[in-house]
Design a protein around this ligand. Structure first.
Ligand code: ATP
Length: 199
């Protein structure tokens, strides 16, 4: 199987995540995209993050009816920081026949040299990368310099940038503004019901 893997904080899941998964599926003929919410998103340490239960519940709502987009709780169940290298090794051991494609936005790609065992990530998966609205091409060169071989493992997706971030959604909720079409209606409803992101 050609397996896409989309790891994230998903606080909350939004249209950008779904667009990324759909684009990768179409452009790279993936059979599935596995959504993997991080248990301890250590690159976002110091920030208050909604509980595992809330982030998982929102993901399940957003992916209802998307048969090719299963959710894995692997990182939620694993104690300690959620390192992508550990996750990819676990998936590779579990499904040795599968070809792995790690999906990410350009912002995460720039940060990848700072992740745990980044070279191992490059060995285990190709990187399918989506542009984000506000990153500069210079930053990628910089990342490649810090992690040799990075550029050769990158497949740029043709999808145009989707200007949505979880940060913007949280800010809108905090400011009492509607989320509009940044997230699915079912996710917006959950945020409202549970009183998330108000402060
Ligand atoms: P935050 O604003 O809280 O930092 P985020 O919107 O970037 O969050 P994450 O859950 O951290 O969302 O993202 C998970 C993965 O999805 C990352 O690789 C990120 O780059 C990618 N991603 C998020 N939003 C988009 C988007 N609009 N277009 C393409 N990729 C995206």
């Amino acid at each position: 199987m050609r397996l896409g893997i989309l790891g994230g904080t998903f606080d909350p899941v939004h249209r950008g995540h779904l667009a990324l998964a759909h684009a990768a599926c179409d452009e790279l003929s993936l059979d599935e995209v596995l959504f993997l919410p991080a248990g301890q998103p250590w690159r976002k340490a110091g920030r208050i993050i909604a509980s595992n239960e809330h982030r998982l519940a929102m993901l399940r709502r957003a992916l209802e009816g998307e048969a090719a987009f299963p959710v894995s709780t692997l990182e939620l169940e694993r104690p300690g920081p959620s390192y992508t290298a550990d996750t990819l090794e676990a998936l590779r051991d579990d499904r040795p026949e599968d070809e792995l494609f790690f999906l990410l936005g350009e912002d995460a790609l720039m940060d990848l040299p700072n992740w745990a065992r980044p070279q191992r990530i490059l060995e285990l998966a190709m990187l399918a990368v989506a542009r984000r609205a506000d990153t500069s091409p210079k930053a990628l060169k910089e990342a490649d310099r810090h992690l040799p071989g990075l550029g050769e493992r990158v497949i740029w997706l043709k999808m145009s940038a989707v200007a949505v971030s979880a940060t913007e959604i949280r800010e809108r909720v905090r400011g009492g503004q509607p989320i509009g079409d940044l997230a699915l209606a079912t996710v917006e409803e959950y945020i409202r019901e549970q009183g998330l992101y108000r402060e």
